[in-house]
Design a protein. Structure first.
Length: 138
């Protein structure tokens, strides 16, 4: 799935867990790519629990109807990945905020590498996003 357009987007695709580790049966492994104009990052094998995705889908459907509030999807590992969609302003436009990070090791030194930012969401994008997330947990 791709959220956003042009040079501002988040791509979330199902990823084979055997490539890095075996996920819990209640989790979905995804590859997440974030592009925010000149900045970008990709991290394979982000684990998100199915209940987290199901909750996000329900809240996303509610947000589409009301255009009020915010919803957050987070990875199983804290601070690895988050996706927030919220209403903004009087016109109730929707914006996306995203964060993607991982630890990188150089010898015994641990570095946190990541990208975060956001962009405005096309008003008609929510049904497609909902369907894409439903496909992930089928």
């Amino acid at each position: 799935m791709r959220i956003g357009f042009g040079d501002e987007f988040i791509a979330i695709d199902e990823f084979d867990p055997d490539a890095y580790f075996q996920a819990d049966s209640g989790s979905v492994n995804v590859s997440v790519q974030v592009k925010l104009k000149e900045f970008s990052g990709i991290y394979h094998s982000v684990s998100i629990t199915q209940p987290e995705i199901q909750h996000f889908i329900g809240e996303l459907e509610r947000l589409e109807k009301t255009r009020q509030g915010e919803i957050v999807l987070s990875s199983f590992c804290p601070n690895e990945f988050f996706l927030t969609i919220r209403s903004r302003g009087q016109h109730k436009r929707l914006v996306v905020e995203v964060g993607l990070s991982r630890f990188q090791y150089i010898g015994s030194v641990e570095w946190n590498t990541g990208i975060s930012g956001g962009f405005e969401l096309d008003e008609g994008a929510i049904p497609s996003i909902v369907n894409s997330f439903k496909t992930l947990i089928q």
